[in-house]
Design a protein around this ligand. Structure first.
Ligand SMILES: C[S@@+](CC[C@H](N)C(=O)[O-])C[C@H]1O[C@@H](n2cnc3c(N)ncnc32)[C@H](O)[C@@H]1O
Length: 424
């Protein structure tokens, strides 16, 4: 990041006296009733998966993941009330402390000024969860009077979560079924917000695209080498216990395995086990085309690695690891983002280049998170609040916590490559 601009922005940011934000407690939303059966919470999802396997044989991990997370009537994100936070299954950085979203806002503004402050412009967030990060970002944009020409576009597959986001971000919101967006509303200071199911429906305008813990939720295909031969890992019904699923390997080359071997022979040569998300690839291609046509920049933040890990598909329930093949729909399914493969995807488009990934710790440090913490501490009204702020900061930045596990990858239009120096 250009540290001079970041410092100027940060001076402005700290001089505004907006208050420490108390995290909202989610109001209970309507819950879809799913009948309990055989001790399995999401019986219909399990039966549907089994029916598919019986009909056409073992399914790719990506099909299982897509179905379990986003099946319209029973998917994990579509029906569960509050999966985020201490009472849910996992906690994300924006939910830990306002500093996180504020520093992402500082980055956005810093980068936007490099582009000469284009107007109109839009903030696009993929998978906004409770809407907390966008709320923190918009507060900073509002405080710094940087909202002229701004509209907000949220890509959220879950109607239920879109309502949660709207309750946080907007005074009220309206549902639509005759427009590219399915919900819209206005923030307290008059910024228009739209909700979409797909990125391709978002208007073609200069965009800052943000994705926090989104790519890890996209379905992955798993491939592994047996001897000299690549196989796809599939999911089948366990023949010893028909209530369970198990992993098997494909007997022959599957269509997606062929795609992988044709398109990414260099990855196939270097590794023995790969998790690859073709949905992520399609999304990167769309983002790249958007930046090429209308200008824009992106920030992908997620837990991940640079190709050194190979088997990261797992589930979380109540903040604990859970068997991803047991009781589908009751736990979050995820796989670490392989940033080296994301980089490959970007390179293949030739329309975007990337900077990073850098660690969460160094991103937050460069954006001025420590100074911001000090300001918040001086304004804290109680020892308890100070403790919460300090602990949150520690969790976000410490190497053995989220500081190094989470990575930030910047995406820019290729045309700008020559203007970026190493220090940016
Ligand atoms: C792990 S949560 C992250 C939430 C938020 N970004 C955060 O960090 O707190 C994943 C989010 O992406 C949404 N999501 C998952 N798959 C999606 C898809 N295919 N299209 C759009 N949204 C999706 C989920 O509903 C949820 O809002």
């Amino acid at each position: 990041m250009n540290t001079r601009i970041a410092n100027v922005l940060f001076q402005q940011l700290r001089s505004y006296s907006y208050k420490t934000v108390k995290r909202v407690t989610l109001p209970p939303a309507s819950k879809l009733e799913i009948p309990e059966s055989n001790g399995t919470k999401n019986f219909s999802l399990q039966n549907e998966l089994k029916a598919r396997i019986v009909a056409s044989g073992p399914i790719p991990v990506a099909s299982y993941m897509r179905h379990v997370l986003t099946n319209p009537s029973a998917g994990y994100y579509m029906t569960n009330d509050d999966v985020f936070g201490s009472k849910g299954d996992f906690i994300t950085s924006p939910e830990i402390g306002q500093i996180f979203g504020e520093m992402v806002a500082v980055w956005c503004l810093n980068e936007l000024y490099k582009f000469g402050g284009p107007v109109p412009f839009q903030l696009v967030e993929l998978g906004p969860g409770r809407g907390t990060m966008m709320s923190d970002i918009l507060r900073v944009f509002g405080s710094l009077k940087a909202t002229a020409g701004l509209t907000v576009h949220l890509v959220e597959i879950s109607d239920h979560l879109s309502k949660v986001q709207a309750d946080l971000l907007c005074r009220s919101s309206t549902e639509h079924n005759d427009k590219p967006f399915y919900r819209s509303g206005f923030t307290g200071n008059g910024i228009k917000v739209h909700w979409y199911r797909h990125l391709e429906d978002v208007p073609q305008v200069f965009s800052i695209v943000l994705a926090h813990e989104f790519f890890d939720a996209l379905p992955i295909h798993k491939f592994q080498k047996e001897g000299d031969c690549w196989k796809e890992v599939l999911i089948d019904i366990d023949p010893h216990d028909k209530k369970k699923f198990r992993f098997v390997v494909s007997k022959s080359e599957t269509p997606m395995l062929r795609l992988f071997l044709n398109n990414y022979p260099e990855i196939a040569t270097d590794r023995n086990h790969v998790e690859i998300s073709f949905e992520s690839e399609a999304l990167i291609r769309q983002i790249a085309e958007r930046f090429h046509a209308n200008g824009g920049l992106g920030l992908i933040v997620d837990y991940g690695h640079l190709g050194e890990k190979n088997d990261t598909f797992r589930a979380f329930k109540n903040h604990k690891l859970h068997d991803p093949l047991v009781d589908p729909g009751c736990a979050d399914l995820t796989a670490d983002v392989d940033f080296s493969i994301l980089n490959h995807f970007c390179e293949r488009t030739s329309q975007v280049f990337t900077i990073g990934p850098t660690t969460q710790r160094s991103f937050l440090e460069m954006a001025g998170a420590k100074d911001r913490l000090e300001v918040l501490l001086t304004r804290a009204k109680s020892e308890e609040e100070k403790h919460r702020l300090t602990e949150g900061f520690r969790m976000l930045t410490e190497e053995n916590q989220m500081g190094s596990r989470f990575k930030f990858l910047g995406l820019y239009p290729s045309e700008l490559r020559q203007f970026f120096t190493k220090q940016d």
